[in-house]
Each structure stands twice: as C-alpha cells, then as structure tokens.
Ligand binder design. Structure first.
Ligand SMILES: O=C(O)CCC(=O)/C=C/C=C(\O)C(=O)O
Length: 289
C-alpha cells in the first residue's frame, strides 16, 4: 500500500493478486493508493484500452489526500488483468471479481465509484453483497438494458464496438470525439496512450468481440431490482451523453430509494474526467456527510 507522502503514479501503485471466487480463478491487476480506515473502489468503463488508471487519474488524488484508501480494479479482460471471454452477465462477472479482490486483500466494506460498465458492476455487487457496500457513486451507468428514448445501441456504443473490431487510430478518434462534449481537451498524447493501451492487449480486444458474439447483452437490466439497494447513492450524468443516455440516470433515480442525481450540462460520457474538479468536490462531500 502507498502512503500519501509518495507520488501517486501508475507504476508505484500497481499490484497483482490471484483471486478464486467460485469458478473464477484468475489474476487481477489493481492500483492501491493511499491509506485510511475507509476504502473507495473505482470501477472503470468498457471501452477498448480502458483501465482504472485511465478512467480515474483525475479523481484519485483528492480522495487519497482526504484520507481514503483508493483501489482501482482492472476488470477481467482489461489492462493487466487476465483475459476472459464472458458469455453471461459481465456486470455480475465483474462483481464476483471485486468480491474476490476484496477478500484477497482483506477489505470488508468499501464505497464504490463506477463509471459506465463500472456503474453496472457496482450495482451488481451491491445486489449480491449489500453488507459490504458503503456508499455508491454511479456515473453514466448503473443498470444495463435499453433506453426507451434513444436509438439503441447508441451511436457511442456502435463506435465502441467498431473500435473493438477494428482497433485503428481513426476509429479511436471517432469514438473519443463522441465520448466527451468538449473535444478540445483530447490531446494527441491522450489518443496515443489510449491506442498503446489497446494494442498492447489484442487478446482483450478479440475476447470482447467473442463475448459479444456469445451474448450481445453483456449488461442485463437491473431496473426491477434497484429498490433492493439501500445504500446512499450519488448518480452523476452528462446531459450530452451519447453512449448511455441520460434517461438511464432518471431510471436509476426512480428505482434507487436513497439516491440523488446531479446532471452536468456540456458533458458527455466521462463526467469524472470532463468536470473533474466539481466531481471530486461533490464526491468528497457525499462520502463525508
Ligand atoms: O454498454 C454499456 O452500457 C457500457 C458502456 C461503457 O462502459 C463505456 C465506457 C467507456 C469508457 O469509460 C472508456 O472507454 O473509458
């Protein structure tokens, strides 16, 4: 575990652990940052080349500085975690992986922050392990299933799947340009880092395509079960989200009994990155009160 006096870098916080959770037996990569009595776990989205570090590098430092231990879990099939083909519910698969990780590193209870697929997975974990969840923060995800208002799959998801099938720099740029509202923040360096992440694990890209062929509905709709989740929940959405449309956030708000919703204007699918400062202040306030 790193301390707050050390610089937080991907390399200095990088850890591996072997988990055995039912029929899941694999090695997971995670970043372990800071120290504190309370733990926050961050779960990334499903894009090619995503990782805990790629999704949350603008968010972990304020939490560590405030005295939280922050764990970024790379889901099975992403980054330096082991490869997997998922033919069932990927949300539940990630939830089982998270349980295995928490057991292996001896964490009884954690707050969960989930981005997109990470939100679906946080909800799956809360349904299966309610006693192990503190508070929930869900951005651009939380229940799978279709939107009744937007054409499905959305343009963003079509671009994401296209990028998995043809992982080129042009397709990456097409996806990222729909990802965020303000594309001026997308630097060549960011594209290159993401491209390198993607291409360093072609097995993950191929497995995602194979998973979709085996089960096109990787993220089941938890809508009917949301009322079972009693955890206090902060839902955060971008009003210009072209991947998982904002009515999904409204469905979460209607279904989760202890939820509040914050909508950012001029924001796409990456609220925690596009509006990082406000997002970080909101999360800290939500976790501490
Ligand atoms: O299909 C869904 O419902 C989830 C889509 C999703 O998880 C997309 C996330 C993309 C990122 O956050 C990323 O690539 O960084």
């Amino acid at each position: 575990m790193t301390t707050t006096t050390q610089a937080l870098t991907e390399a200095s916080t990088s850890q591996f652990v072997r988990i055995q959770e039912g029929d899941l037996d694999l090695q997971l990569h995670y970043n372990d940052c800071g120290a504190g009595a309370e733990t926050v776990v961050m779960l990334h989205g499903s894009g090619p080349g995503a990782s805990g570090w790629a999704n949350f590098n603008r968010n972990l430092e304020p939490l560590v500085a405030a005295g939280y231990r922050v764990i970024l879990m790379d889901c099975p099939g992403w980054s330096k975690s082991d490869p997997i083909v998922c033919s069932g519910s990927r949300s539940d698969l990630n939830a089982r992986a998270l349980k295995g990780l928490l057991d292996a590193i001896d964490i009884d209870r954690a707050h969960l922050i989930g981005n997109s697929m990470g939100g679906h997975s946080a909800v799956a974990f809360a349904l299966a392990n309610p006693q192990r969840v503190g508070k929930l923060v869900l951005m651009g995800g939380g229940t799978g299933g279709a939107s009744p208002f937007a054409p499905m799959p959305t343009e963003g998801i079509k671009l994401l799947q296209g990028l998995y099938r043809e992982p080129t720099i042009d397709n990456l740029k097409k996806m990222m340009n729909v990802f965020v509202y303000d594309t001026s923040e997308l630097t060549e360096e960011l594209f290159q880092t993401r491209l390198d992440n993607m291409l360093s694990r072609r097995d993950h890209l191929e497995n995602f395509v194979a998973s979709l062929a085996a089960n096109p509905r990787q993220f089941p709709d938890f809508g009917p079960r949301l009322a079972e989740i009693k955890a206090q929940t902060l839902i955060v959405w971008g009003s210009n989200d072209r991947f998982v449309p904002m009515d999904t956030g409204l469905r979460l708000l209607a279904g989760l009994p202890n939820a509040e919703l914050h909508v950012f204007n001029r924001c796409g699918h990456w609220a925690q990155w596009e509006h990082a400062d406000t997002f970080n202040r909101m999360v800290l306030d939500f976790l501490t009160h």
